[in-house]
Design a binder for this molecule. Structure first.
Ligand SMILES: Cc1cc2nc3c(=O)[nH]c(=O)nc-3n(C[C@H](O)[C@H](O)[C@H](O)COP(=O)(O)O)c2cc1C
Length: 185
């Protein structure tokens, strides 16, 4: 079988990620893949915010702060989870959808395009021998988190792409048959 097809069919997120992360140079190459996302009217409806090293602690503080605003009664366990979330990978990329008014391109198309960009990052990471996982959760849809990351009012988070190196073997792939998901009309 075609090697590229085989590679694409075996893409596999990694919930656990360790160092090393992609280098700055590798990340540039990965972003170039992300920006080949299909993009109606070439709006470029995305941007990317990298969070690495100590900045992950700052993000953890932001996530805890936002959690307490959402739920002032959040217990210690939930607070620690928020604080520690960004430490689950050496590098995070917040994928941002920049939504603008367009007569032919509704917001959903711009969000989908930014989502494709996130997927491009995952594919490019695996191409370079790294791994990643796309995460959202309540924090991702929280305006306080978006504000803390510097998003403007017309921007929203599509997700955090966690990036690093897969420790150990990939998890088993699900056994999916295309015929279960396709019909001819
Ligand atoms: C938009 C989106 C948001 C997601 N958010 C989370 C998340 O917050 N936490 C999580 O564990 N997995 C999340 N996932 C799922 C993982 O990224 C991943 O797809 C899943 O673990 C299955 O692994 P696989 O991609 O190798 O099939 C999300 C996926 C998508 C597309």
């Amino acid at each position: 079988m075609n090697d590229v097809l085989r590679f694409l069919q075996q893409r596999n997120s990694s919930p656990k990620l360790t160092a090393p992360a992609p280098s700055d140079r590798e990340l540039q190459e990965m972003l170039a893949v992300a920006m080949r996302a299909p993009d109606h009217a070439r709006l470029r409806p995305w941007r990317f915010i990298t969070i690495a090293g100590d900045r992950r602690e700052a993000l953890g503080a932001l996530l805890e702060d936002a959690l307490l605003k959402r739920n002032p009664a959040a217990d210690d366990n939930a607070r620690q989870k928020a604080v520690n979330a960004p430490r689950r990978a050496p590098l995070l990329v917040a994928v941002v959808a920049r939504l603008r008014e367009h007569p032919k391109v509704p917001p959903i198309e711009q969000q989908l395009s930014a989502g494709c960009a996130a997927y491009g990052l995952l594919l490019a990471a695996e191409t370079l021998g790294y791994a990643g996982i796309w995460r959202t959760g309540d924090a991702c849809f929280d305006r306080n988190v978006m504000d803390g990351l510097g998003l403007s009012a017309d921007e929203e988070l599509v997700g955090f792409v966690y990036l690093g190196t897969r420790p150990g073997d990939p998890k088993p792939l699900p056994d999916l048959s295309p015929e279960d998901f396709v019909s001819a009309w």
